[in-house]
Design a protein around this ligand. Structure first.
Ligand code: PEP
Length: 276
């Protein structure tokens, strides 16, 4: 199996003023070791990208945005291009979060264009997929997740810069998380689908994060699964101690269960180099 380096990202959503964000980052810097055991990113709201870029200076923490437009420039009031995010210090961008799908109608062609544009600008993509409770109850999970992968990811893309986040919608912000068995089942399915698109070798090197009410007390069980390579964390990423603990657990699980503390793939190393 290709060496996958663990990856934990914090999705701050629409939270934190500048003062609150500085306080959170101060807590995180104090709680984290200098050498991080896995790749770590924080994804603040747009207005905080630049100042948070200053806050992470001298640390290994990277910056991500929560959304992007697919055009490079133009008359798109209220939007930001991938190049703007890159210039603001971003290494990553989250695309296709279920809240974007649900509240802003994002799907299909739009998401594929966003992933394409973000990769072309040199950003790493965290592409989110996941089923609703109704879809799970109707045994549609694999069909829905497979469709979400197919609608946005195509074989011409640089797979090594794409992370997939499996986030069952019923587990996001609800305090209810998938069992490790449920998570592993879908993660293995996702990897098999990625293998069809990108080939088995590339798929074996791709990171698949779990997201949905990840907390320090459930992180070990989830990230102990063989195909769970880290976490996309919402609520718990707003508490420095909790986020730091999840990062620490991710490192332990990566070493203990998978021996995946490798250097990562070339694309993942390029992302790292971009930050320096
Ligand atoms: C998320 O926003 O991607 C998320 C997983 O949120 P939470 O951890 O709060 O469920």
């Amino acid at each position: 199996m290709a060496a996958r380096r663990g990856f934990v990202a914090g999705n701050w959503k629409m939270h934190n003023t500048l003062a609150e964000a500085r306080e959170l980052m101060k807590g995180l810097r104090e709680a984290l070791p200098k050498e991080l055991p896995v790749d770590v990113a924080v994804c603040p709201p747009f207005t905080l990208l630049y100042p948070m870029g200053r806050e992470i200076d001298g640390t290994a923490i990277k910056l991500g945005a929560q959304n992007t437009h697919f055009e490079a420039k133009g008359a798109f009031t209220g939007e930001l291009s991938p190049a703007m995010l890159k210039a603001a210090g971003c290494t990553y961008v989250i695309i296709g979060h279920s809240e974007r799908r649900q509240h802003f109608g994002e799907r299909g062609d739009v998401l594929r264009r966003k992933v394409t544009a973000a990769l072309a600008a040199g950003l790493g993509v965290i592409y989110c997929v996941g089923e609703t409770l109704g879809e799970r109850d109707a045994r549609m999970t694999m069909g829905v997740v497979g469709g979400q992968l197919n609608e946005a990811l195509v074989k011409e893309m640089d797979a090594s810069r794409v992370t997939v986040a499996y986030e069952p919608v019923w587990a996001i912000g609800t305090g209810r998380n998938a069992t490790p068995e449920q998570a592993q089942e879908v993660h293995a399915f996702i990897r098999s689908r990625l293998a069809l698109t990108f080939g088995p070798e590339a798929a074996g090197g791709m990171r698949i994060q779990y997201g949905g009410s990840v907390k320090p007390d459930n992180a070990a069980a989830l990230m102990g699964c063989p195909d769970v390579d880290g976490a996309l964390v919402g609520g718990a990423s707003l508490v420095a101690g909790d986020f730091a603990r999840i990062i620490e657990i991710a490192g332990t699980e990566a070493r203990r269960h998978k021996g995946t503390q490798g250097e990562g793939t070339k694309g993942q190393r390029d992302e790292e180099a971009d930050r320096r």
